[in-house]
Design a protein around this ligand. Structure first.
Ligand SMILES: Cc1cc2nc3c(=O)[nH]c(=O)nc-3n(C[C@H](O)[C@H](O)[C@H](O)COP(=O)(O)O)c2cc1C
Length: 413
């Protein structure tokens, strides 16, 4: 498989087919699904970092609900009209190879050292959007250079000094050439993540004998660390009192980031940001309506991958009601639970224009290092092509015309 999705064709790369003699073909036989990628990643990432990636909040119920709900969406194939499948779409004026992007994963360098740069590079090559986080481990300027027009920037609210840092980050992203800003709405409080507490993954971080042992038992991760250096909050360093050590920056981040912001602050972001503005973490049609009133261009339906509120519905179950409310007034996007190209097809069939995945891409890095993001991008795209071919849907738009059954769709009436 190649990291360049432009060259992947379903015929040449049919998943599981082929001679099996090249290293790439053998890899595809060993890791045909994200579950296989995940098993390999689990062996190569230190336990505390793997738990940080995989965990939800509370009892992980919302994360599980995301998965169960996606699995339950049924799509009815249509036959008799064969034609080549096209997955490309346009998002906010940028032509993308597939309706699949990379969600922001804060402190990604803990999960795989160097992750932000690897993801940015992979997104640029694969021509898919990458939403680099406020808490990414490379600065937005560097991400924009690596990912080109596919670089998006995720913003948390930093209310101190009348949002001075928020507004400066907006200026920096714009100056770096980023075209899409995704403001995260759905983290009003720091959620309780028992796995991280049990593993001592808290600020200030003090390694315990067990974390040291976990690291010692993860040589590929250590090698990546040696190559990439200690992860740091690169976007934040310039706002921290000197010396901007990791501990100082982590303390600053923890004290400054106040999660969600009011609609008034979103309006200020709107006024300050010249590009497309997406609001990330919408779960209620009325919140989508509020965001549209502020002037956003996109609504990213998401429950943060089940990491914020355990009693929340599955994100896929609120998608149709939000799509119905928004209509053509904004671009509706989706994340939370995507693990296959079939999941992407499900979300598009229920009205999303594009989808994103967080854990899937980081698992790719854990399993395969540098080439892992490209591997997962190509896997998801090829699975999507296969699903579309089977469904008789020749384009992403055609997926939205299919007949689907979605028993647990949330009713807001
Ligand atoms: C380890 C981890 C860290 C995350 N950090 C952020 C973040 O800093 N900002 C944000 O908006 N979302 C964050 N998210 C949520 C993702 O952007 C995305 O909504 C979620 O991962 C989608 O679910 P999925 O992992 O099932 O694809 C994080 C998710 C994970 C797993």
């Amino acid at each position: 498989m190649t990291g360049d999705l432009r060259r992947s064709s379903p015929r040449a790369h049919a998943w599981g087919a082929g001679s099996g003699t090249t290293p790439e073909a053998r890899l595809r036989q060993r890791l045909p699904t994200l579950d296989d990628v995940e098993r390999r990643a689990r062996r190569r990432i230190p336990r505390f970092a793997f738990d940080f990636l995989e965990g939800g909040t509370g009892g992980d119920l919302n994360a599980q609900r995301n998965r169960l709900a996606l699995d339950a969406v049924e799509l009815v194939p249509r036959y008799g009209n064969p034609a080549p499948v096209r997955t490309d779409i346009e998002l906010f004026g940028v032509h993308c190879a597939a309706p699949i992007g990379i969600s922001p994963v804060g402190v990604d360098g803990i999960i795989w050292p160097g992750a932000t740069r690897i993801l940015a590079r992979a997104a640029g090559k694969a021509r898919i959007p990458y939403i680099a986080g406020t808490l990414a481990t490379a600065a937005i300027e560097e991400v924009a250079e690596l990912a080109g027009p596919y670089a998006w920037f995720q913003l948390y609210g930093l209310p101190a000094n009348d949002h001075a840092v928020t507004l400066d980050l907006i200026k920096r992203a714009s100056a770096a050439g980023v075209r899409v800003l995704a403001a995260t709405l759905d983290a009003p409080v720091r959620s309780k993540r028992p796995r991280d507490l049990r593993n001592g993954l808290v600020v200030p971080f003090r390694p315990t004998p067990r974390t040291i042992l976990d690291v010692a038992l993860s040589p590929p991760w250590l090698l990546a660390l040696a190559r990439a250096g200690t992860p740091a909050f690169r976007n934040m360093e310039r706002y921290v009192e000197k010396p901007a050590t990791l501990a100082n920056t982590a303390g600053f981040v923890q004290s400054q980031i106040k999660g969600t912001f009011s609609w008034d602050v979103l309006k200020r972001m709107r006024d300050a940001w010249p590009g497309a503005l997406v609001v990330k973490g919408v779960m209620h049609p009325d919140d989508a309506e509020m965001a549209i009133a502020v002037g956003v261009d996109g609504i990213l339906v998401s429950n943060h991958g089940g990491r914020q509120f355990d009693a929340a519905p599955a994100a896929i179950d609120v998608l149709p009601a939000i799509v119905a409310k928004v209509g053509a007034r904004a671009t509706v996007l989706f994340d939370s639970g995507i693990r296959s190209g079939l999941d992407v097809a499900r979300a598009l069939a229920l009205g999303a224009r594009g989808t994103f995945a967080g854990r899937a891409f980081l698992l790719g890095l854990g399993a395969l290092g540098e080439r892992g993001a490209a591997y997962v991008a190509a896997m998801l795209k090829e699975e999507l092509e296969t699903a579309m071919g089977q469904l008789g849907a020749h384009s992403p738009d055609a997926l939205a015309q299919l007949t689907s059954r979605h028993r647990h769709a949330f009713d807001f009436a």
